[in-house]
Design a binder for this molecule. Sequence first.
Ligand SMILES: Cc1ncc(C[n+]2csc(CCOP(=O)(O)OP(=O)(O)O)c2C)c(N)n1
Ligand SMILES: [Mg+2]
Length: 252
Amino acid sequence: MTTTWRELLRPGVTLPFCPGCGHRILLRHLLTAIDELGLDIDRTLFVSGIGCAGWIPSPCINADTLHCLHGRAVPFAVGAKLANPSLTTIVVSGDGDLADIGGNHLIHAARRNHDITVICANNMNYGMTGGQVCSTTPTGATTHTTPAGNTYTPFDLCALVRTAGARYAARYLVTQGPELVSAIKTAIGVEGFSFVEAVSPCPTQFGRQNRLDGVREAYAYVESLAVRKDECTDATAFDRGRSLLTGEFTDE
Ligand SMILES: Cc1ncc(C[n+]2csc(CCOP(=O)(O)OP(=O)(O)O)c2C)c(N)n1
Ligand SMILES: [Mg+2]
């Protein structure tokens, strides 16, 4: 039994994140949620794919972790859960991993309502490989592969999984700590497919590409995109290509 989130960190681990990376903050919130829930860590499995976000569970969390193929975290998690239904099974991976190369797995796991929780660390680009565009990159944002600006409209991942059948979805910035911790706790408690999108600033790749001057500006940029669901009215300036609706999305 653990008493603090720190005890859930793998002893002696060197956190593998760049300065200012939002993934590090998400790790803290995830461990806080697990600690507050009093989850039996010996009955909890973390599954990740490839990318900076894939490093959130392994090597950082002192628990059973599956660090698997790029884009395949969801099917590995579904397989583990089907083989051992008593496991609390939590996927933690990146936006590119879950929504691009693994996008089909994500929507079908939601459609089938597999009893897993998926936490997406959305830094709006492929951080690990140098900052390429992905399906969550805001319209107009510059990346290594869109030097003149992204021309496409990003996925609304919460809407996507809810439409596919997810019981619960939520989106918060990593700077919205209490809300994000609460959403992770709720998601883990949901019976069926649950999804939490943690919007995680990437000062090193996305920030530099967009000429955001340092960590503070990278966070200010992401915060400027956020629109709280409960404050969103017809009069709110909401840009489908850039705005991030934060809140919980559920029938219950
Ligand atoms: C099959 C395969 N294709 C491509 C890659 C290269 N690759 C490694 S990580 C990555 C993108 C990861 O992006 P994301 O999931 O958003 O994680 P982030 O690094 O941004 O946290 C890619 C394309 C790979 N490892 N395997
Ligand atoms: Mg990413």
